[in-house]
Design a protein around this ligand. Structure first.
Ligand code: HSE
Length: 375
């Protein structure tokens, strides 16, 4: 096995970065790296994490000279950092590999979106075309593609309509905290009423509703009440009736598949719900063939080692096809697989996956392994 030389980590203390480091430690990935270098945008000089030989001082993530000594940079620092540093670093002549969790470079012609269980050939093509920017996909997109991998690889999908139920972790660590604060505030408001079993649930409900509308709930980070509520808009408004998150669903999927010229239509409504770190999605899928249900299930279940088919029964679904069952694991749970009464070439399915693992950190660490394997 080859070792890759100097690998710089930027944004490793944030939520995605921390999950990445945890996974890399679990898989002993650091043994295969010549020299990891940890960066900070604000705390250069302070001790970094304990990896090979005790903590080294953090390097300055804004220092182009230091960055240009690296073979690979992995950034989980966010799009603003990417936009600030990537261009100047490339223009200075740096020819290393830039791996990034942020969306800033995803749709650039010179970048490849990485989800190797699904698009290894597209990644190999990118490498042989001389691409040096390899970018993790949007979490919802990656989780959908892992779930429906078996249908994508057979080119069985004519179109998809998807409703997403996206966890608050997609909005970042502060929003996760705020959701819990909101839950606590709402509970605190009605706690005395709840204790009185003879009290009216309608009184409790109207008190909560008044509070949600009053502007009194803490909403500094999320912007709106999410506890006891849901928010059917994620990311910015593209002024054409769709959200950026919905646009990514179709644009990134087709780029990941390398079929920008023959795109699969994907229509999504992206919804934020009050779950912690698993994105769930309900698909209606137009199939090119009338594949029998058991074959469909088998194709989905066999496509990769992470898909877990959940039998379409009440008990199995409620036990295994939920964010609480899947969170913190690499499982891609897929269930509720049925044919639609609207037509035998229309199927439905529901999936749940951890948006910090397959949705963010895992494709990055696997790309590093792909670079290591290169001659
Ligand atoms: N945009 C996603 C979300 C997370 O807000 O859930 C990152 O891909």
């Amino acid at each position: 096995m080859n070792k890759i030389g100097r690998v710089g980590f930027v944004g490793w203390r944030g939520m995605v970065g921390s999950v990445l480091l945890e996974r890399m430690r679990q898989e002993n990935d650091f043994d295969r790296i010549g020299e990891p270098v940890f960066y900070s945008t604000s705390q250069a000089g302070q001790p970094g994490p304990e990896i090979h030989n005790g903590p080294e001082p953090l390097a300055d993530a804004l220092d182009l000279e230091s960055l240009s000594d690296l073979d690979v940079i992995i950034s989980c620092q966010g799009g603003e950092y990417t936009r600030k540093i990537h261009g100047p670093l490339r223009r200075s002549g740096w020819r290393g590999y830039w791996l990034d969790a942020a969306s800033a470079l995803r749709m650039d012609g010179n970048s490849t979106i990485i989800l190797d269980p699904v698009n290894r050939p597209v990644i190999e093509q990118g490498l042989s075309d001389g691409h040096r920017d390899f970018i993790g996909g949007n979490c919802t997109v990656s989780l959908m593609m892992m779930a429906l991998h078996g249908l994508f690889e057979r080119d069985l999908i004519e179109w998809i309509s998807v409703m997403t139920y996206q966890a608050i972790s997609g909005g970042g660590a502060r929003q996760m905290r705020e959701l819990l604060i909101q839950m606590g505030e709402i509970h605190g408001l009605v706690d005395p009423l709840l204790r009185n079993e003879a009290g009216s649930i309608l009184d409790i409900d109207s008190r909560i509703n008044r509070h949600l509308r009053s502007g009194m709930l803490t909403t500094d980070d999320i912007g709106y009440p999410l506890a006891a509520n849901l928010l059917p808009w994620i990311d910015s408004d593209l002024d054409d009736g769709t959200s950026r998150e919905e646009w990514k669903g179709v644009a990134e999927t087709n780029k990941i598949l390398g079929r920008e010229n023959n795109p699969i239509p994907i229509d999504s409504t992206c919804i934020r719900v009050g779950t912690m770190r698993c994105h769930s999605q309900a698909f209606t899928i137009g199939l090119r063939d009338d594949v029998p249900l058991d074959e469909l299930s088998e194709m989905i279940g066999r496509a990769n080692e992470w898909v877990r088919i959940v039998p379409n029964t009440r008990d199995a679904t409620l036990e295994c096809l939920t964010p609480s069952a899947v969170g913190g694991t690499l499982d891609i749970a897929v269930g509720r697989i049925r044919k639609s009464p609207a037509g035998s070439r229309i199927a439905t399915a529901f999936t749940v996956g951890d948006q910090l693992l397959w949705g963010a950190a895992e494709p990055l660490r696997r790309m590093l392994a792909i670079l290591e394997e290169r001659p």
